[in-house]
Write a protein that binds this ligand. Structure first.
Ligand code: V47
Ligand code: SF4
Length: 366
């Protein structure tokens, strides 16, 4: 139950949002510490409607997870394997060609290409897979390689980050997915992902990519050992970079899935927390055009509800998602366009099929 002072505090936050004033650290902390998810959602909906009206976006996309070999061994990851371990794989450009061709009749607009940090793959491997993707799917945007992968790909090939980005762009890369940011806290990093690039480097890679003309998404992995204050600091660090570059397109909160990880003793996130993170992200990230409710992570039903709690995007059809399903996600591996449209219209929103940059795609395409 809200106390008198909570009611005043919510009103103060709502007034700020209504009048376009920016929320601060203390506002974010208050919201994360509150259990009044309905009131938080109601305020987030004001910001959502102002930025995206009644629209709810989705994309016809295909995920390609080119290798699960990774040297980072993050404790929250169920997907990565050591080189030579049973189940470890690295697809060749020919394997990727086959995957893309197996869906070539479908109107796919985005190829989402990510994988582990695999030292055996030379730089021209990445150029080859981008060329293959571009040749087979000239109308799709290639969104690939997180800031963590980009940093590794450059270092592993002895290239500067700027040169690596320049060459990957020339081979067809147009956008970066938001992964690898995890929670920007050295405390959490030390315990869960000590080998991964730190927050400063993640932000630096993104800044360099933005300046090189690559749009990117951003994420936050929540629901493990992070505190409310660490969540707020993470969101404010993203907001600060976005103020300087305007290079981010969407923010995607990623709910931690503990199954098959070294943190399998932790509980899964709750619906309350999932909705709160989406809503508070919408409120703090006032300079991010879009907030994505990733149906793979939180399930179709909660995703539909998230549209009234700040989210305006559901990601997409996906097809063959591997990373979260290895970590116990029970959602389907893909959804059809009609299923996505139905989720949106039955929640009272207008579905807009989009490309990676949120340009509407004509309904008649295929
Ligand atoms: O960085 C790994 C996360 C991320 C688990 O940009 C886990 O449109 C939950 O970047 N439970 C990669 N999360 C995924 C990613 C992404 C996904 C969807 C859309 C976009 C986009 C980007 O997955 C990693 C890590 O934070 N992750 N393991 C796990 N067990
Ligand atoms: Fe490697 Fe990414 Fe898994 Fe970490 S989360 S172990 S960097 S694949």
């Amino acid at each position: 139950m809200n106390t008198h002072s909570d009611t005043d505090r919510f009103q103060e936050i709502e007034d700020k949002v209504t009048s376009g004033k920016r929320l601060g650290f203390d506002d974010g902390l208050f919201l994360f510490e509150s259990n009044d998810v309905i009131r938080i959602g109601q305020i987030a909906d004001i910001a959502r409607k102002r930025q995206n009206g009644n629209h709810a976006y989705f994309v016809y996309n295909q995920h390609i997870n080119y290798t699960n070999v990774c040297i980072n061994h993050c404790r929250f990851c169920a997907y990565a394997k050591k080189s030579g371990e049973s189940g470890a794989y690295a697809w060749t450009a020919a394997d990727i060609r086959e995957r893309i061709l197996s869906r070539i009749a479908e109107p796919i607009r985005e190829l989402h290409i990510v994988g582990g940090l695999n030292p055996a793959l030379p730089f021209d491997y990445y150029e080859d897979i981008l060329h293959t993707a571009q040749e087979l799917r000239p109308d799709a945007v290639i969104k690939g390689f997180t800031a963590v992968e980009l940093d590794f790909i450059a270092r592993n090939s002895g290239l500067s980050l700027e040169d690596a980005i320049h060459r990957l762009k020339a081979a067809g890369l147009s956008m970066l997915p938001g992964g690898g940011a995890e929670v920007m806290s050295s405390r959490v990093r030390e315990q869960l992902f000590p080998r991964k690039i730190d927050a400063g480097r993640w932000l630096e890679v993104m800044e360099i990519a933005h300046h090189a003309g690559l749009t990117a998404n951003a994420t936050m992995l929540y629901g493990h050992i992070e505190t409310c204050a660490e969540r707020v600091s993470h969101l404010l660090a993203l907001r600060e970079l976005q103020d300087r570059t305007s290079g981010f397109c969407a923010f995607i909160p990623l709910a931690f899935h503990p199954a098959n990880t070294r943190l399998s003793h932790l509980p899964s996130t709750t619906a309350f927390d999932d909705l709160k993170v989406i809503a508070i992200s919408r409120l703090l990230l006032d300079n991010f055009p879009h907030i994505k409710a990733y149906w793979v992570m939180i399930g179709e039903k909660l995703t539909q509800l998230a549209l009234s709690f700040g989210a305006d995007d559901l990601d997409g059809t996906i097809i063959e998602e591997r990373i979260f399903h290895t970590a116990g996600a029970t959602s389907p591996k893909g959804l059809t366009r009609d299923q996505l449209r139905h989720m949106i219209t039955s929640a009272g929103y207008t579905p807009i099929e989009r490309d990676s940059f949120y340009n509407p795609v004509s309904e008649s395409a295929n």
